[in-house]
Design a protein around this ligand. Sequence first.
Ligand code: TXD
Length: 315
Amino acid sequence: MARTFTRPKIALIGSGQIGGNLALFAAQKQLGDIVLFDIVDGMPKGKALDLEHMAPVQYYDAKIMGTSSYEDVAGADVVIVTAGIPRKPGMSRDDLLDTNVKIMKDVATNLKEHCPDAFIICISNPLDAMVYTIKEITGRPSSHVVGMAGVLDSGRLQYFIAEHLNVSVEDVNAFVLGGHGDTMVPVIDYCSVGGVPLTQMMSREDIEAIANRTRKAGGEIVGHLKNGSAFYSPAASAIAMAEAYLRDKKRVIPCAAMCNGEYGVDGLYLGVPVIIGKDGVEKILEVELSDSDKALLNTSVEAVGRLVEEARKRL
Ligand code: TXD
């Protein structure tokens, strides 16, 4: 029977560790019908069937299919890209550039043809250069091409704060600016717990230790897993972004967005607070920063610029 997609169509380009969990979380939230795409034959179909068999147990209605054909991805409302290789111990995210930019060119070229109206969320690393590559090749407006990193990095920061203070994660608010790498900027001045500034609850020394652990949190997981990187939290983070778009939630969340003058940055993707609703990135929020955070952000911008320059050479 021909499949008819009557709900929003969510295409997952890359059905590996993160891709499979994207499908699981999207199904559980009943965000729409789901297409798992991968170049590995059979794997997306197997994962799709497994998730469909779970539907009566977890009570979600969604058509879920697996494919290796972009024809089945056509017309997607939301596309989430995880195609690429993950890190191994000792690798930086930047080390993935050579391999993943080639993959991103293939993916973006197909998305330009088959998903001309989609809201595209890129997850693949090195994130800031990969999301730039997708934007450049698809030509989609910057409102509809974003990178997922800030939600994850901010979530890590929030968790470490909650753990240290032994408080609920629900009452910790914190965000990270800048690139998705060691130069990311946890903005301590804006961290709060139940509305109380974090600097009134923790020593600067403890705060700095948590900021540093946040910067290295991805590598900490790679070190334990040995043959892959984080996947539950990245998937959940990207689904929060997709839900904000599909349900017009006007979420104020940190994402890698194309800055055109904001924070003194022009033409680069950078982790910044944005509003995501039905029109994609509807606004980039510029916040006042201390001189020291401005300096840290500038260092991050320079690192992102170097990475994007390397990607540009390969386009
Ligand atoms: O915060 C973040 N943005 C990061 C992103 C958090 C964690 C992981 N980060 C990166 O996501 C990671 O460094 C990788 O670059 C991606 C995907 O990580 P994942 O753990 O899901 O990797 P897998 O399990 O190897 O899955 C990648 C899939 C795999 O099944 C390949 O067959 C497929 O990508 N792949 C492709 N799919 C479509 N098209 C092409 N060309 C292709 N090439 C490989």
